[in-house]
Design a binder for this molecule. Structure first.
Ligand code: AMP
Length: 303
């Protein structure tokens, strides 16, 4: 049975009842509008821990002033049904912003270095990761999970959270779960519903560009600029897609590279109209060999 709590006091009471010695707790933080992508995180958590706690909170501090905070879909009842069906024990779904940001709130978690925050999405969404890291740190403090599950779809976010847990000695094993896609390759996202039918039909161009990048690397291309150019050429076939970035970086450090060496992340972001889409793929130099990133916490190295 799913229990929904909306206040920190009720969350603490419910967690007290759930916490048994030797029972592990898995956390799946979300902003709601749940889909099959979220569901894989819940399933990964249920498989690895005794109790899964999900959270739904559209976190205002990770939205920029001109972003879609007000328009972000809010579908609590359908979300509760999905969580119930997925066997989740507890949902923390605060009703008001002030439930988590108390009056006078003024303490933030910042990942401020050129290698991680000011690149990729961080370069285009100032303050976004400050909001993400702060809310996730608060949820880690409140729930004290043994493991927490994040999607590869938001790769930079998951990478920064994993490093935050390590840097700030948070005893949480941060797991990254592969991206779930529609049949045509489009990564599931709560924002896909905002795409016009024409843009939705063109949206597979992101995963097609990623596939071309992978093919080039697997064919032996090692020059990053060549791989990026190959991907951009695919993205440019769809004029409606306004590219923000298309980059190949080291997957373990997020550093820019001239030549591909080791595991890399191919990352794309851009807009169809007002709807921002992101996607990425992890590629190792040995075709078919597993990613070292989609494992436990030890694989994040941030220099
Ligand atoms: P959100 O509700 O968008 O904040 O996402 C909550 C979590 O679900 C994040 O860790 C996301 O990376 C993850 N997620 C979102 N979409 C997908 C997807 N298509 N596949 C896997 N995980 C996802």
């Amino acid at each position: 049975m799913l229990r929904t709590v909306t206040t920190i006091d009720d969350l603490r009471t419910s967690l007290g009842l759930l916490r048994f010695p030797d029972h592990t707790i898995g956390l799946v933080p979300t902003m709601g509008a749940l889909h099959a992508g979220h569901r894989t995180l819940l399933e990964a958590s249920s498989a690895a821990t005794e109790f899964t706690v999900a959270t739904i909170f559209v976190n205002p501090t990770q939205f920029g002033p001109h972003e879609d905070y007000d328009a972000y879909p809010r579908t609590l009842e359908a979300d509760q049904a999905l969580l119930e069906d997925a066997g989740v024990s507890l949902l923390f779904a605060p009703k008001a912003i002030t439930d988590l940001y108390h009056p006078g709130f003024g303490t933030w978690v910042l990942a401020k270095d050129a290698e991680s925050d000011d690149i990729l999405c961080g370069a285009h969404r100032p303050g976004h990761f400050r909001g993400v890291l702060t809310i996730v740190a608060k949820l880690f403090n409140l729930i004290q999970p043994d493991m927490a599950f994040f999607g590869q779809k938001d790769f930079q976010q998951a990478w920064l959270i994993r490093r935050m847990a390590r840097d700030l000695d948070m005893p949480v094993d941060v797991r990254i779960v592969p991206t779930v896609r529609e049949d045509d390759g489009v990564a599931l996202s709560s924002r896909n519903r905002f795409l016009s039918p024409t843009d939705r039909a063109a949206a597979p161009v992101l995963s097609e560009a990623l596939a071309v990048g992978r093919t080039l690397i697997e064919a032996g291309v090692r020059q990053v600029s060549q791989v990026e150019a190959g991907m951009v050429a695919v993205l440019n076939t769809v004029p409606a897609f306004k590219l923000q970035y298309c980059e190949v970086r080291a997957a373990d450090t997020l550093e820019a590279l001239d030549r591909i060496d080791g595991e890399v992340v191919l990352a794309i972001a851009g807009f169809f109209g007002k709807t921002r889409l992101i996607d990425n793929d992890l590629v190792t130099l040995t075709p078919g060999s597993p990613s070292s990133i989609l494992q436990g916490a030890s694989s994040c190295s941030a220099n």
